[in-house]
Write a protein that binds this ligand. Structure first.
Ligand code: GAP
Length: 479
């Protein structure tokens, strides 16, 4: 290909990126003291039906988790916030929802068949298998088997993390396909079609949210590392030479997304990959790391994938995946910047980050201990709880009326079980921003309700007719 004209302003991102908390590739990963430990989060999630073991009645399936009503809502909210920021609010990113099963050659071109492996070792005493690079070590620094204490292991062998299955009734190599281990490849394979039909010009991106599967050797830390998960990935195609500026731009954008959703900046950091850690396709990668209770760990990877993927797919498919730029009468293969986040990891980080155990003064003046998820309103599974003071026949019709009034606008929960204090605690625990209480004064005197704010615990008396407006003014739902 002939040399390209120089990169100019129109190829570059709009504003210079801000300075972020960057650490060295080999930075210490020790988390230090935390507000909450993992056992507490796991217990809360199970007790409130947010997240629990898959197939639990059969003893569970390792590395697979089910999201109950509130967990599913939390996940939906994370995905909606991502799609809003990455697609809806931008003119330069379009969405894709590609099939999970793809032509098997995709994974040969991408390098996954050959190289998507982890080093697997087996304890020679109890045959338990481990990832060689994530072994537990004793005080002397020697790896040991946490199951039986054994210190002898087989030589590491490359274990491919892709799940395989078959299309159609025959189970032979000609019908073998892979469960996608990342959503990214569809954006490369569909690049030319999407670019043409959406009439986007470079620089532009294709974004996708969807399931990915990895046969992780050691799934661990609750929903942090699992075998079936969802990714939120965006491939941003840029002119070669403009890639480094766009890489910096997307690192800053993704940082802002987490902070905008209430994540505490002191629990986030940017860690560039060292040379040995870089994937085969990447010129540079940073991880956005979160201070999980177990360690600083990857929340999201942001990679400069160069033109590797488009070139490989062009080579393997025989189709032209270059881009023609009319203004300069030039043809080139775009470089790609990829912010790749996990839905489960994000949800876990938001849960951990918002968790508080507090001593608070209730409206009665009494000091009370409470657990509260100070989730951003946009992420909270329930936005408003409607609570009749009791199940008294006088209160129930009005409480139902209030719930029916709010339901078309907001996700509500009607709860009349237990004391009002207990019900407040229940809603605090799952992060519901507002509780609306219907009492005798409501039905006998003023047709007004008490609205309690989750964070300040302050209470306002609001006329039922004014309630939708009152809540709309206070709920930060990005609408
Ligand atoms: N397309 C690039 C890619 O897939 P990755 O760093 O392997 O990069 C991106 O994955 C994100 O997907 C990770 O930062 C993480 O949030 C999520 N992810 C990857 N493997 C996961 C697993 N086994 N369980 C849960 N989330 C995972």
């Amino acid at each position: 290909m002939t040399e390209l004209a120089e990169v100019t302003e129109r190829d570059l991102p709009p504003s210079p990126p801000q300075a972020l908390a960057r650490v060295a590739p080999d930075a210490d990963t020790t988390a230090g003291p935390h507000d909450v430990d993992m056992a507490t989060i796991v217990e809360l999630c199970k007790r409130r039906g947010l997240i629990f073991q898959s197939s639990e009645i059969y003893g569970g399936l390792r590395g697979a988790w089910d999201f109950g009503p509130l967990g599913a809502a939390l996940k939906d909210n994370v995905k909606a916030a991502w799609k809003r920021a990455m697609v809806q609010l931008r003119d330069d990113v379009v969405a894709l929802d590609a099939a999970i099963l793809m032509h098997p050659r995709v994974w040969e071109a991408s390098g996954h068949v050959e190289g998507f492996t982890d080093p697997l070792v087996e304890c020679t005493s109890c045959n338990r298998r481990y990832r060689a690079d994530q072994m537990e070590s004793n005080k002397a620094g020697d790896p040991y088997c946490p199951e039986c204490g054994g210190k002898e292991f087989t030589e590491p062998r490359a274990f491919n993390l892709m799940f395989r299955t078959f299309v159609g009734p025959t189970e032979d190599t000609s019908s073998q396909v892979w469960m996608r281990p990342e959503t990214a490849q569809a954006m490369f394979v569909d690049f030319a079609h999407v670019q043409l039909t959406s009439r986007q010009k470079v620089p532009f991106g294709i974004a996708q949210v969807g399931k990915s599967f990895r046969n992780e050797i050691t799934p661990k830390n609750f929903i942090f590392r699992v075998r079936e998960f969802e990714q939120m990935e965006m491939e941003f195609f840029v002119r070669p030479g403009a890639d480094e500026a766009w890489h910096d731009y997307w690192i800053a954008e993704r940082w802002d997304w987490y902070i905008g959703l209430g994540m505490r900046p002191e629990n986030l950091r940017i860690r560039p990959h060292g040379t040995a850690e870089l994937s085969h396709y990447a010129k540079a990668t940073v991880d956005v790391e979160y201070r999980f209770p177990f360690a600083w760990s990857e929340l999201e990877g942001i990679a400069n994938r160069t033109d590797f993927d488009l070139r490989r797919h062009a080579q393997f498919s025989g189709k032209d995946l270059s881009y023609y730029e009319q203004e300069r009468d030039e043809r080139y293969v775009p470089y790609v910047i990829e912010p790749a986040a996990g839905v489960e990891r994000s949800a876990l980080a938001f849960l951990v980050d918002s968790y508080r155990e507090e001593t608070a003064t209730a409206a009665s003046g009494k000091e009370e201990r409470r657990t509260v998820l100070r989730l951003h309103h946009a992420l909270a599974p329930i936005k408003v709880a409607v609570l009749p003071l009791s199940r008294n026949d006088k209160l129930v019709p009005t409480a139902r009326e209030v719930n029916d009034l709010l339901k078309p606008r907001l996700v509500t929960q009607y709860d009349d079980a237990g004391s009002i204090g207990k019900r407040y605690r229940r809603q605090d625990e799952v992060g519901t921003p507002f509780c609306v209480t219907v009492d005798f004064q409501t039905v006998e005197e003023d047709r007004a309700v008490t609205v309690r704010d989750r964070d300040s615990m302050s209470q306002d008396r609001v006329a039922i007719e004014q309630l939708p407006r009152y809540l709309a003014d206070r709920l930060d739902l990005f609408t």
